[in-house]
Design a binder for this molecule. Structure first.
Ligand code: MN
Length: 497
């Protein structure tokens, strides 16, 4: 877990007003503290929840929003109106709040106390209408937020808070994040290109270019002892092809790969970069296309995408951050090849080399094969299969006047055969709702061939993330029909005009 996630806080605030008097307000504060205490004990919520005061005036609300917006550790606000909190009091605060907002529509008492309910109970447990007043002003101000409804001890409710929290982690991580691009875009490719200035305005991360020579400087400075040490690690962690082992003819290539990894890692760490892109068309002075280096750097949390695709590199990083602590992984991915057997259609996802080993099923093999593109030395790569189970692919594209996120839920399946001659990591999946609809929908929505493949993030988390970013989000899942998707795309076109 990175330091910034360890220090991350969600602030829990409760709205009320002075009318109720001190005794009720004390109860409100106690109840809020009880809820926070309970949420803190929920292991599914990956960050600290901090109890803040009960807010009863426009000044208190404004000051809290100023503090939250400027706090380095506050990554989001959970707001709850236990009692009624006249919402004009919230306008000035909400206007300057720059952190994601979750409106928690809960009630302290789960049940109506049938035999004892009186007006005192009614005047305390008012969120049914207090939260409606709060909801109105946020809708009136057109502020994006997530609403979670349910009792605070309900596991499903807590799970939804956890998903929002994960989206907030990813969003927080992007603010001020730096991504480095070695070289430019793969020549003539459209979808990997885009407006980096608009992305920085919208998403908060910057993408800047370095000549590959700057990286070569780092790689050439790597010490022989460090290379030997990393090659020993490779031999421990992976099943090395015999040719790559010490004393064998291609061991020098393994050393070259290790040297690239060490140089890249130092470049990224020194520059405080959260991810990178490269392109096989611009590798002057680098002997091999970074394969195992990209795979392992991704596994350690760096964002990566190939061919200059900075949007996917940033997305891979965000998704890894959002998934902190969850079993399973997130990897750069490409829809590569189809299996069109009737009734058993599926996609083979892979890349030339760079699939993140966080999704490997079992111990990867470490192999060397020619690349057949780019004209460099044979690159070393990790080869593995990926577990079956629910997963998704996500992509962000630049539509010219807006960014669009696409999500396609898929069912990953175990490879039905061995694929003995395929020299790259691969995943097989069946897109939802079915191959024909899923792929047609993706193409109609303009989804990229590059994605981030996730084994552990939910569609809901990514939808919330897109909402935090204020971008369009298209989901392709078991509910999708082509007709409905076409309409959604048309209507969205109007929305963003
Ligand atoms: Mn590619």
């Amino acid at each position: 877990m990175s330091n910034s996630i360890k220090q991350a806080e969600i602030w829990f605030i409760t709205g009320s007003q002075h009318l109720y008097g001190d005794e009720i307000l004390k109860k409100v504060a106690n109840h809020s503290a009880t809820i926070v205490k309970s949420l803190k004990q929920e292991e599914v919520i990956p960050v600290k929840i901090v109890f803040k005061q009960v807010l009863t005036s426009p000044e208190e609300i404004y000051n809290l929003c100023v503090d939250a917006s400027s706090s380095k550790n506050c990554i989001g606000i959970i707001a709850w109106m236990h009692t009624f909190s006249p919402a004009k009091m919230w306008i000035n605060g909400l206007k300057i709040l720059h952190k994601p907002l979750l409106h928690f529509h809960t009630q302290f008492n789960r049940d109506i106390p049938w035999n004892d309910i009186d007006m005192d109970f009614m005047n305390l447990n008012q969120s049914a209408h207090g939260d409606r007043e709060f909801g109105f002003i946020i809708s009136r101000m057109r502020i994006n937020r997530t609403v979670v409804t349910g009792h605070w001890q309900n596991k499903n409710t807590v799970g939804q808070i956890a998903e929002w929290t994960r989206a907030a982690i990813g969003w927080h991580d992007w603010q001020g994040a730096k991504f480095v691009r070695f070289g430019d875009n793969m020549r003539y490719v459209a979808v990997t290109d885009g407006d980096k200035v608009e992305a920085e305005i919208k998403f908060g991360y910057s993408v800047n270019t370095y000549g590959i020579g700057d990286l070569v400087g780092y790689v050439n400075n790597v010490k022989e002892t460090a290379i030997t040490k990393l090659c020993d690690d490779y031999a421990l962690l992976y099943s090395l092809s015999p040719a790559l082992k010490k004393g064998n003819p291609q061991h020098q290539s393994l050393r070259e790969a290790a040297k690239i990894e060490i140089g890249l890692r130092k470049f990224l760490t020194d520059g405080n970069y959260k991810g990178f892109t490269d392109t096989f068309e611009d590798l002057h002075g680098i002997m091999q296309l970074p394969g195992i280096a990209a795979q392992r750097l991704m596994q350690d949390g760096f964002g990566f995408s190939a061919e200059g695709d900075w949007k996917t590199a940033a997305l891979v990083r965000a998704m890894k951050t959002m998934a902190t602590g969850l079993p399973g992984g997130n990897a750069f991915m490409e829809d590569y090849t189809y299996h069109f057997e009737s009734g058993n259609e599926m996609v083979l996802g892979s890349h030339m080399l760079e699939i993140c080993s966080s999704i490997a099923d079992g111990k990867p093999t470490c192999e060397i094969h020619p690349l057949g593109i780019g004209g460099k030395a044979d690159p070393v790569r990790l080869v593995f299969n990926v577990k079956s189970g629910k997963a998704l692919n996500a992509s962000v594209i630049d539509m010219g006047n807006r960014f669009r996120m696409l999500i396609n839920e898929v069912d990953a399946i175990k490879p039905p055969q061995k694929l003995p001659k395929l020299p790259v990591a691969r995943v097989l999946w069946k897109p939802l709702p079915d191959m024909q609809t899923g792929c047609s929908a993706w193409i109609l929505a303009g989804g990229a061939h590059h994605t981030c493949y996730s084994q552990n993030l939910s569609t809901n988390t990514l939808q919330i993330f897109a909402e935090m970013a204020g971008i369009e989000c298209i989901t392709i899942n078991k509910e999708t029909t082509i007709q409905q998707l076409k309409n959604e795309l048309k209507w969205n076109e109007m929305l963003y005009k």
